[in-house]
Each structure stands twice: as structure tokens, then as C-alpha cells.
Design a binder for this molecule. Sequence first.
Ligand code: ZN
Length: 274
Amino acid sequence: MQKFADYPVIVNYNLHTRLRNERQETALHQAKQYTQERDLIMKVSRTSDASLKEFLWKQELEEFEKGVCALLQKIAGCPVGRKVLDLINKQTTVWIIPKSDDELKVCSCALTSPLNYDIPKDGSYAYGSGYGDTVILYNTRLDDDTLLHELVHAYRYSNKKYKESWLMVDNDGDKYRQNIEEFFAHEIENVYHSQMSEGLTKDYKKEEPADKDKIYDFLALNLPLINAMKTLLQHDTLASTAACCFAADYNPFRDCAEIEARYKQYKAMLGDDL
Ligand SMILES: [Zn+2]
């Protein structure tokens, strides 16, 4: 178990502890003992495999914890990444635990959830509602930008800000719903890429490579995304800090007025077609 620098972030290799408890978690869930199930998940997330009697994974533990700390170091070395880490509520803890390679084959993604999640009323496994401490399920085969994205979710949860609300997106005629939290994390990821002189991607869902002008156009053609940025600028410290203080070529929070001016231009040209 390793704490990262002065940040409220703990990297904890607990893969075997987690897998060994999976069956019991499922049994508790099926027996509708949801509070006990959550207690067990919380305990497992905070227990290191090093505490197991027959501990055979010293090398894996070191590789994971060192690997994640190296990615965190890279993130902390970039101004936007450092700000995300700085803004995580210090009264809380972010637990970064391993996602196995087999689990990664099922979904090549990371996942952030509140540790003390709200128990769903419908008996489902939807553990995304809540606030405070968080758990990031992560595999070091994923890149630092994915970890940064998850840290944005963790920052929002830690400050009781994470709240799913859905936006309609029109991506070149392809229309779909998108969670504002994913939109926000994706945009911060793009600012991070810009500061690191790396390529940008247009949208969270499709992740098409695109340059700044093309993405600003995409935002300008989507009023719900502009309104989401305005809401974030009013209510979110990371967004308002981005607007005032992040030196990056790509920064839609700073350039929100410019993007809105583009929207008005397009609206005048296209009328109700927009
Ligand atoms: Zn996400």
C-alpha cells in the first residue's frame, strides 16, 4: 500500500483479496443484505494483499504500486494534472486498486466509484451514486490520460459535486446521450493533452482525433455542451480555474465565450436546423 506524495491518494494492490471476496459479495447481494455487501466492499478496497497469509504476489504488488505512482508523478508534473490532484478533498481518500488483465479484456476501461456508495433502491449493482472516498479500478496497461480522467471523477465525488445529468450530443448527425461528468472529464483530458503537446480527441464516446478548431466547431454546434460548460464554470472550481489560469492552446473553458459566439454565427446561418 503506497500513499502518493502529499495527496490523499493511496495505491493499493488488493487483487487477490478482492477476487477471494467476490463470491461472498454476490451472496450478500442476492440475500439483499446490501449494507453488509457495501461494508465488505469497503473493507476489501482498503486491505492490501500483503496482509494475506500466503502472500505470493510481491512482485505484482510492487509493479502495480510503482507503475501507478509513476503515472501519478507524470500527471503531477503537468499543471492541469497537478491542479486536479490539489483539488481532491483532503478529508477523503482516493483508493487506486488493480483491475486484472482478464477484466481488462472484457472492458478496456478504468472505473471510478464512491467507496461509501448510495445503495440502489432497485437492488441493482449501480454503485455510481454517492460522495466522499472513491475507488479507482485501474490497470497499468492503460495510459496516464485515462488515470487523469478517473481522477477528475474522484475529485468531483470527493467534493460532493458528482451528479449524473444527461446531455444530447449531435456528432455529425449521430445523436446520443452523454453524462455531463464524462463530458467534463474528457475536456479536462484534452486540456491535459494540449499542455503535454499530445493529440486531442473530439468527443468522449467516439474519441476521434481532431484539432482544436474542429473540436471548438463541434462544441459550437452543440448548445447543450456550451450550457454544460457555463454551468461548470459557475459551480466547479476546476472549470473556473481552467478558465482563468490554465495556459494551454486548447482550453474551451477559457474560450467559452468564443465558442458561444461561433454558435450564434451558425445559428444565424442555419436557423432552426441547428
Ligand atoms: Zn469517465
